[in-house]
Write a protein that binds this ligand. Sequence first.
Ligand SMILES: *[C@@H]1O[C@H](CO)[C@@H](O)[C@H](O)[C@H]1NC(C)=O
Ligand SMILES: *[C@@H]1O[C@H](CO)[C@@H](O)[C@H](O)[C@H]1NC(C)=O
Ligand SMILES: *[C@@H]1O[C@H](CO)[C@@H](O)[C@H](O)[C@H]1NC(C)=O
Ligand SMILES: *[C@@H]1O[C@H](CO)[C@@H](O)[C@H](O)[C@H]1NC(C)=O
Ligand SMILES: *[C@@H]1O[C@H](CO)[C@@H](O)[C@H](O)[C@H]1NC(C)=O
Ligand SMILES: *[C@@H]1O[C@H](CO)[C@@H](O)[C@H](O)[C@H]1NC(C)=O
Ligand SMILES: *[C@@H]1O[C@H](CO)[C@@H](O)[C@H](O)[C@H]1NC(C)=O
Ligand SMILES: *[C@@H]1O[C@H](CO)[C@@H](O)[C@H](O)[C@H]1NC(C)=O
Ligand SMILES: *[C@@H]1O[C@H](CO)[C@@H](O)[C@H](O)[C@H]1NC(C)=O
Ligand SMILES: *[C@@H]1O[C@H](CO)[C@@H](O)[C@H](O)[C@H]1NC(C)=O
Ligand SMILES: *[C@@H]1O[C@H](CO)[C@@H](O)[C@H](O)[C@H]1NC(C)=O
Ligand SMILES: *[C@@H]1O[C@H](CO)[C@@H](O)[C@H](O)[C@H]1NC(C)=O
Length: 450
Amino acid sequence: MELASAHLHKGQVPWGGLLLTASLLASWSPPTTAEVTTEAVPPQVAEDNNVLLLVHNLPLALGAFAWYKGNPVSTNAEIVQFVTGTNKTTTGPAHSGRETVYSNGSLLIQRVTVKDTGVYTIEMTDENFRRTEATVQFHVHPLLLKPNITSNNSNPVEGDDSVSLTCESYTDPDNITYLWSRNGESLSEGDRLKLSEGNRTLTLLNVTRNDTGPYVCETRNPVSVNRSDPFSLNIIYGPDTPIISPSDIYLHPGSNLNLSCHAASNPPAQYFWLINEKPHASSQELFIPNITTNNSGTYTCFVNNSVTGLSRTTVKNITVLEPVTQPSLQVTNTTVKELDSVTLTCLSNDIGANIQWLFNSQSLQLTERMTLSQNNSILRIDPIKREDAGEYQCEISNPVSVKRSNSIKLDIIWEVTSEISQSTNPQPPTTIWLLLTTLLTRWMTSHTLS
Ligand SMILES: *[C@@H]1O[C@H](CO)[C@@H](O)[C@H](O)[C@H]1NC(C)=O
Ligand SMILES: *[C@@H]1O[C@H](CO)[C@@H](O)[C@H](O)[C@H]1NC(C)=O
Ligand SMILES: *[C@@H]1O[C@H](CO)[C@@H](O)[C@H](O)[C@H]1NC(C)=O
Ligand SMILES: *[C@@H]1O[C@H](CO)[C@@H](O)[C@H](O)[C@H]1NC(C)=O
Ligand SMILES: *[C@@H]1O[C@H](CO)[C@@H](O)[C@H](O)[C@H]1NC(C)=O
Ligand SMILES: *[C@@H]1O[C@H](CO)[C@@H](O)[C@H](O)[C@H]1NC(C)=O
Ligand SMILES: *[C@@H]1O[C@H](CO)[C@@H](O)[C@H](O)[C@H]1NC(C)=O
Ligand SMILES: *[C@@H]1O[C@H](CO)[C@@H](O)[C@H](O)[C@H]1NC(C)=O
Ligand SMILES: *[C@@H]1O[C@H](CO)[C@@H](O)[C@H](O)[C@H]1NC(C)=O
Ligand SMILES: *[C@@H]1O[C@H](CO)[C@@H](O)[C@H](O)[C@H]1NC(C)=O
Ligand SMILES: *[C@@H]1O[C@H](CO)[C@@H](O)[C@H](O)[C@H]1NC(C)=O
Ligand SMILES: *[C@@H]1O[C@H](CO)[C@@H](O)[C@H](O)[C@H]1NC(C)=O
């Protein structure tokens, strides 16, 4: 097929080519220029700013052009008309005084308002009064004012109430997106957290004290961002079980009893102290100086939340104890023969106090040769061995004090010759038996001691 790909040379116009040329001439078109395009700069305009409606590739052979608000065009929506030959500008009924037209076709609109949002049409008329048009649009957005958070419940109760927080933006809600944050962390939907109305409303289901906040909502539109002031919920809760401090329950006479009670609660709890179940004080702290054993008893902290109407108590038993007196350690004879027995007696005035035994200042490791009796006050070692030689002490304690006795040094004596004579005088079966027993005892002793 020659025609489809033919490059037409001047003067060699085939019949199909003639038809094409005729139709091009019928619909007016500038001979060489590209298509007219338009552009709004910027397309999203902040209220009170300027927008420039640019026309690219405006035809050169133009008689006049006119700008209109809207499309299709109507006479009363004409903004301005421009006659190219004379550079004459004529304002139309839709001219607001803020529009300026340029000979290159562009239209500048200053200090735009939200009402300026929309489509604009440029109508171009050629020298033969043929018209073509092009449109352009832009959107004017208000600058967002500081939004406000409102709550539908100013004093929600923990575990009972649900709360809706709404971000009031005071500006046209179109084109606004909402972002919520709590303690600076952005929030998204969760088990107890729902977003609705395009994220304008945040609902907290079954609030806890941890939902207190502060909350901030941020509004955004294509031209601005604004942020609310922080908003905190006054969540009513508690009281929790009170905690009494310090935790000591034993004191000695002459010291001061100084107790403090604390229970998490909103509003803060009211505090009361009861001693042996009788009301004593309505305060958070309890102070009794120079106590005696008569101050032993049950101390109760009672807390109450006047709004929830709930109350809780914690009881502490305080015992005032005299410190123990120094015990004294006695033994019948500090020099003992090996394999004899010895009895050490710890004498104390403090009946029922705890008694510990010390050997060479360390806690005594009991072996099977040692027995304790009379609430640990008597230590009997039977038979005694040479490794039991050393310093003995007893120690008496109660929860408020510890006292050590005098120390007693036990000397163990044994006869060096007897062992040697036994081993140098062979009587086979007995000797072996004795030797085995000695070795076994030594082995056992060393293992118990280590
Ligand atoms: C038209 O003229 C205005 C004013 O001089 C200028 O700002 C704009 O860029 C021009 N438009 C084009 C498409 O060149
Ligand atoms: C129209 O304005 C253009 C640019 O300002 C200028 O070059 C031209 O001479 C003016 N034409 C008339 C008729 O004033
Ligand atoms: C937020 O809005 C307030 C008026 O409500 C305004 O004064 C402030 O400048 C705005 N902030 C921003 C970042 O736009
Ligand atoms: C925002 O809310 C607070 C109370 O929630 C109110 O006092 C204040 O007037 C509100 N601000 C505006 C601009 O309405
Ligand atoms: C609300 O939460 C509390 C614990 O915070 C729970 O005991 C209670 O059952 C919850 N109520 C509902 C309706 O989910
Ligand atoms: C607040 O809104 C939540 C969620 O819509 C609702 O469950 C609750 O009953 C409302 N509280 C009040 C006091 O209206
Ligand atoms: C702004 O909102 C209007 C109406 O809701 C919508 O038609 C338009 O597309 C939105 N524009 C932007 C930039 O979101
Ligand atoms: C609402 O917020 C979530 C994030 O928390 C976001 O994914 C979603 O697109 C937002 N919806 C609207 C309508 O802005
Ligand atoms: C609040 O948060 C703390 C720490 O994350 C947590 O131990 C406590 O259980 C929470 N309280 C409630 C009522 O959810
Ligand atoms: C404490 O009480 C005792 C008697 O109970 C008394 O002898 C002593 O003086 C008191 N000490 C002080 C500092 O009040
Ligand atoms: C405190 O003392 C009371 C009465 O003496 C007794 O019934 C209770 O069990 C004691 N509580 C504790 C924790 O020791
Ligand atoms: C203690 O025992 C040793 C050895 O059995 C003995 O020699 C000494 O006389 C005794 N001393 C007293 C005071 O009984």
